[in-house]
Design a protein around this ligand. Structure first.
Ligand code: 16G
Length: 253
């Protein structure tokens, strides 16, 4: 914990609410790396002493940080520094690589499986292929700045993408390859979102505890001619991800 003398004085005459100034000061300490994920914030009493404000104001500052995802309280232990969850915009059809880069983070993959297989009857129906057709199964751990965020299973019909199985998907993006090597622009997708507990294997791959919640998105990706291009199941760490969408108002005529 820092020495109170390192804490900058608040502007008590100005228009900016005191709780907000404390919040910004605590955020600056996180950004400077003085406070790291998992560290304890000072308690309300300590904060109110350091910043010379009421306990109520200190509480409000911590509450604001919780709302922004930078803090989490545990009964009897105190308030810890956390990192805000990544927000997945589920109305945008983008690849993991694009999404993570857009957030200014570096994406990477750990290839667990890349194998040509025969589809199960259910998968054959989803991809609208014959049960004897060749399908590429890719299983990857997807990382952002080296932190494992998701496990993804993708299935792609090879008839449409001959030679796809030769590409090294430990480094290449599936969607970039589909677009640039095969000239196909994905057009839309059907998605199903559900919460599921992590199995033992998933928990180990994502370094989370067993049964921790996962945000699962199943996606059937379609080309402009309405034929399936991919069926994928992405399981994101529930503590690092949340989904967001803009919902239009229903208009009644
Ligand atoms: C996204 C897709 C996933 C696809 C992957 C390709 C969702 C829910 N899923 O994660 O279906 O396989 O991107 O990523 O967004 P890549 O182009 O980086 O390999």
């Amino acid at each position: 914990m820092e020495n109170p003398k390192d804490v900058e004085a608040l502007d008590k005459q100005g228009f900016i609410p005191l709780y907000y100034q404390i919040q910004q000061s605590l955020l600056a300490r996180i950004q400077r790396g003085d406070l790291k994920e998992g560290d304890l914030f000072e308690g309300e009493e300590e904060l109110s002493r350091q910043y010379k404000v009421s306990r109520m104001t200190a509480r409000q500052a911590l509450h604001g940080l919780k709302l922004q995802g930078y803090a989490m309280s545990e009964r009897g232990k105190g308030t810890f520094v956390t990192r805000p969850k990544l927000v997945k915009s589920i109305l945008m059809l983008e690849s993991f690589t694009e999404e993570i880069r857009r957030k200014g983070i570096t994406p990477s993959s750990r290839l667990l499986e890349q194998r040509v297989m025969r589809p199960t009857p259910e998968l054959a129906e989803r991809l609208r292929v014959q049960p004897t057709a060749d399908v590429l199964h890719l299983r990857r751990v997807r990382l952002a700045d080296d932190l494992a965020l998701a496990i993804e299973d993708s299935h792609v019909p090879l008839k449409r993408f001959p030679g796809l199985e030769q590409i090294d998907f430990s480094t290449k993006s599936l969607y970039e390859t589909i677009r640039h090597k095969y000239g196909l622009q994905p057009a839309w997708a059907d998605e199903v979102i559900e919460a599921l507990p992590a199995t033992r294997d998933e928990a180990a791959l994502l370094s989370i505890s067993r049964n921790a919640s996962l945000l699962c998105i199943s996606r059937t990706l379609m080309a402009a001619d309405d034929t399936p291009v991919e069926f994928a199941v992405s399981r994101y760490r529930g503590d690092r991800y949340r989904a967001s969408l803009r919902v239009p108002m229903l208009t009644f005529v």
